[in-house]
Design a protein around this ligand. Structure first.
Ligand SMILES: [Ca+2]
Ligand SMILES: [Ca+2]
Length: 449
C-alpha cells in the first residue's frame, strides 16, 4: 500500500508540473475602488474603499462584512480613503490603521486613524487619530501604510506642490516613519521629525521583504520608479526624474546624496500597489515583486537579482485583463488577490470594481525540487505534521514561521520521515521552510487547527 501511495505521489508531482495553470477568478464585483488589500491573520482580506468603507472579505465565498463607514472621508479627485495596515500582533492588539483625506476649516488634509476591531460584533470601533494635518490635494496624496518592527511607514504625495518634496519642513513628498501611537521615533534621521526619506512625488506601492523596503512611485511625464528606501536619503523629485542621467541631475545627485531608482519606466505605466511573492504555487514568480499598474492595465512581475538589490527581469502577467489595477495582496498559501480601479473616482456613478483571485487549481502543496520529493501532511494539521523526504536525507533544517514572519519552531531532519509535534502552536496559518546548504530551499503553507 505504501509503495502505491508513493507512486501516486510521484505521479501527482509529475502531473502538477505538466498541468500547472494560472487561473483567474472574479471573487466580487460592484465595489468602489478597493484602494488597499491586506491579507489578515484571520485568513480574510481587509480592504478600504475610496469612499470611506473599511471591509473584510472571506476569499472563498466572497462574503463581505462592512466593519466601519468613516463619514469624515472626503473624496476630491484622487483623494479619499487610501492605505490600511493591521497591527503585527493583531490577535492580542486588534488595531487597524487607515489613512484618509478630510476637510478641516475648508482645507483638504490627510490623517492616520487607528480603529479597534471588536471580533464579537465584527465591527471597528473607537477611532483614534494618531497623526494629523498632512496636506492633501486633488492629486498626489500617496498613501500606502506598512508596519515594520512596530514603526508605521507612510508614503505621502507632494499634494500637487512639487516644492514640498525637497522641503524638510513639509510632511509631503516623503516616506514618514512614526510610532504606532503617532510619536516621533528618537532615531529618525532628523530630530523631532517624522521624515524617513524625501524627494518623492507620489508613491502608491510599499512592501518590506529581504530586509529591504521597496517602493513604487508615479513619475510625471516620464520615469515611473521602483526605489529601495533608506534612512535619510533623498530620492530626487522634482529635480531628478528616474536615473541621475542629465548634467543638471548629476550635479544635484552628487550634492544631495540622491538614491537612484532600481528600475524606471518611460513611457510611464502608472505604477501602483506592490507585494513580494516567494511561494511555490507559482515557481516562475518566486523571489519577485508583483506590481499593479493603472495606466498600463497589467500586473507586473519584477524578478529580483540574487542579492535582492536590483531587478533582473520584468514580465507582464498578461492573464490579468481587468483594466486599471490598484493593489494586491498574497495569501500564505500562494494565491494572489488583485483589486481594480475603474469606477468614476468621484464616487458618483456605477461602482464597477472587482477583487480577483489568481491561483493554480492543480496545486496540491507537493513540491519537486531537483531530485528531492517532499510532502508535508496532514494539512490542515492539529497535533503533528509529517515531513517526507527522499531516502538518505540528512542535514535539512526545518523552520516553522508564523504569519508575522517569526520563527516559532525549528530543528533538523536527518531521515526520510520526520514527525513534528505542533500541539503547542496557536491555530492559524504557518509556513514550513525546508533548507539545506545546497539546492533545497522550499516553503509550504500549512493550516494549524
Ligand atoms: Ca526618484
Ligand atoms: Ca533622469
Amino acid at each position: 500500500m505504501k509503495k502505491i501511495l508513493l507512486l501516486l505521489t510521484v505521479l501527482l508531482v509529475i502531473n502538477k508540473y505538466a498541468n500547472a495553470q494560472m487561473t483567474v477568478r472574479v471573487i466580487r464585483d460592484s465595489l468602489f475602488i478597493p484602494w488597499e488589500l491586506v491579507y489578515g491573520p484571520d485568513n480574510h482580506i481587509w480592504f478600504t474603499q475610496k469612499n470611506g468603507y473599511i471591509c473584510r472579505m472571506e476569499p472563498a465565498s466572497g462574503k463581505i462584512d462592512t466593519l466601519y463607514n468613516e463619514t469624515n472621508t472626503r473624496i476630491q479627485g484622487e483623494g479619499g480613503m487610501l492605505g490600511l495596515v493591521l497591527h503585527p500582533q493583531f490577535a492580542t492588539q486588534p488595531y487597524v490603521y487607515v489613512a484618509y483625506n478630510y476637510i478641516d476649516a475648508s482645507v483638504y488634509k490627510q490623517r492616520l486613524v487607528r480603529y479597534t476591531y471588536n471580533s464579537a460584533s465584527n465591527i471597528l470601533q473607537t477611532p483614534s487619530i494618531i497623526f494629523d494635518n498632512i496636506n492633501a490635494a486633488n492629486i498626489h496624496n500617496g498613501c500606502r501604510l506598512l508596519i515594520i518592527d512596530n514603526y508605521l511607514y507612510v508614503t505621502t504625495g507632494d499634494a500637487a506642490a512639487t516644492s514640498n518634496s525637497q522641503n524638510i519642513s513639509s510632511l509631503n513628498g516623503k516616506v514618514l516613519r512614526i510610532g504606532l501611537d503617532g510619536s516621533i521615533p528618537a532615531d529618525n534621521p532628523i530630530a523631532g521629525s517624522g521624515l524617513w526619506s524625501w524627494g518623492h512625488r507620489n508613491a502608491q506601492g510599499l512592501v518590506y521583504a529581504n530586509g529591504k523596503l521597496y517602493e513604487s512611485e508615479h513619475g510625471a511625464n516620464s520615469d515611473d520608479e521602483i526605489n529601495i528606501i533608506e534612512k535619510g536619503r533623498n530620492y530626487g523629485w522634482p529635480t531628478v526624474q528616474g536615473y541621475c542621467n542629465t548634467p543638471a541631475e548629476i550635479t544635484f545627485c552628487t550634492d544631495s546624496n540622491v538614491a537612484e531608482p532600481i528600475e524606471a519606466w518611460t513611457p510611464t505605466l502608472a505604477v501602483c500597489g506592490m507585494d513580494y511573492y516567494d511561494h511555490p504555487m507559482f515557481p516562475q514568480l518566486q523571489k519577485s515583486l508583483i506590481m499593479a499598474t493603472l495606466k498600463d492595465t497589467t500586473l507586473y512581475q519584477l524578478k529580483l537579482n540574487g542579492v535582492n538589490d536590483d531587478i533582473s527581469t520584468v514580465n507582464k502577467i498578461s492573464l490579468v485583463k481587468y483594466k486599471r489595477l490598484r493593489d494586491l495582496c498574497i495569501s500564505p498559501d500562494g494565491r494572489i488577490y488583485v483589486s481594480t480601479s475603474n469606477s468614476p473616482s468621484s464616487g458618483a456613478g456605477s461602482k464597477i470594481d472587482k477583487i480577483i483571485e489568481i491561483y493554480d487549481p492543480t496545486y496540491n502543496g507537493i513540491q519537486q525540487y531537483e531530485n528531492e520529493i517532499v510532502s508535508i501532511f496532514p494539512n490542515p494539521a492539529k497535533d503533528i505534521i509529517i515531513i517526507k523526504m527522499k531516502s538518505g536525507t540528512t542535514g535539512v533544517n526545518y523552520i516553522i514561521v508564523n504569519i508575522y514572519g517569526q520563527a516559532v519552531m525549528k530543528g533538523m531532519i536527518n531521515s526520510s520521515s520526520a514527525t513534528i509535534d505542533i500541539k503547542a502552536l496557536p491555530a492559524g496559518q504557518y509556513k514550513v521552510l525546508l533548507q539545506d546548504d545546497g539546492k533545497l530551499n522550499m516553503s509550504t503553507a500549512i493550516l494549524k487547527q
